[in-house]
Design a protein around this ligand. Structure first.
Ligand SMILES: CC(C)(COP(=O)(O)OP(=O)(O)OC[C@H]1O[C@@H](n2cnc3c(N)ncnc32)[C@H](O)[C@@H]1OP(=O)(O)O)[C@@H](O)C(=O)NCCC(=O)NCCS
Length: 164
């Protein structure tokens, strides 16, 4: 399997949406149950590309099989902060794709001046938490019953990676 990691571009919009939609529909990992409509995803990607946001995709040929982004906060006192989101299609997990996406995305975010990366992860998502801890993230807090999937509540863990 030859998976390439590269910055997202206009050409990846439909593939990124399909990948996000597949992971969201698992209803286990993301707060959204499905991807937003294509026009909203397209605007999100175009805005990010225009602002040089750290947004990467993993490609198997032309197919988007994973993504990672760090979206900078806009308000003045939190412009050094960004929120991380990521996902990899189920058949591609556990093969190092997430680790490669995360490294690329964190490196660009840092070189863009982001010194605090934040995220929230479902408390029972052990492979994601392990991946984040290996990258240097630390647990900050537990949000009790923060997520609701089909009538079942789950805690969420807030984590951050802070650069000096
Ligand atoms: C979290 C996620 C992005 C990690 O991507 P990945 O490509 O599986 O990551 P890696 O392979 O680099 O590392 C995952 C770790 O879990 C282990 N793992 C083994 N089998 C696995 C499997 N079937 N699925 C996930 N992880 C597995 C890996 O071996 C690795 O640990 P190790 O390096 O100590 O062996 C991916 O599992 C995913 O998309 N999950 C669903 C969406 C999600 O949780 N997004 C994050 C929300 S905060």
């Amino acid at each position: 399997m030859n998976i390439i990691i590269e910055p997202i571009s206009e050409a990846h919009i439909a593939g990124f949406r399909a990948c996000l939609d597949a992971v969201a529909r698992e209803k286990k990992y993301l707060a959204q149950y499905e991807a937003p409509p294509l026009d909203r995803v397209a605007a999100f990607v175009r805005d990010g590309v225009a602002a040089n946001v750290s947004q990467f995709v993993a490609l198997d040929g032309a197919a988007v099989v994973g993504w990672c982004d760090v979206i900078p906060h806009w308000a003045h006192a939190v412009r050094h902060c960004g929120t991380l989101g990521m996902g990899v299609l189920a058949p591609y997990r556990g093969k190092g794709v997430g680790g490669r996406l995360l490294a690329a995305c964190l490196s660009k975010a840092e070189s863009s001046g982001i010194t605090r990366v934040e995220l929230e992860v479902r408390a029972d998502n052990r492979s994601a938490i392990k991946l984040y801890e290996r990258a240097g993230f630390r647990r900050e807090a537990v949000k009790r019953k923060a997520l609701l999937f089909d009538g079942a509540y789950f805690d969420a863990v807030q984590m951050s990676l802070v650069r000096d």
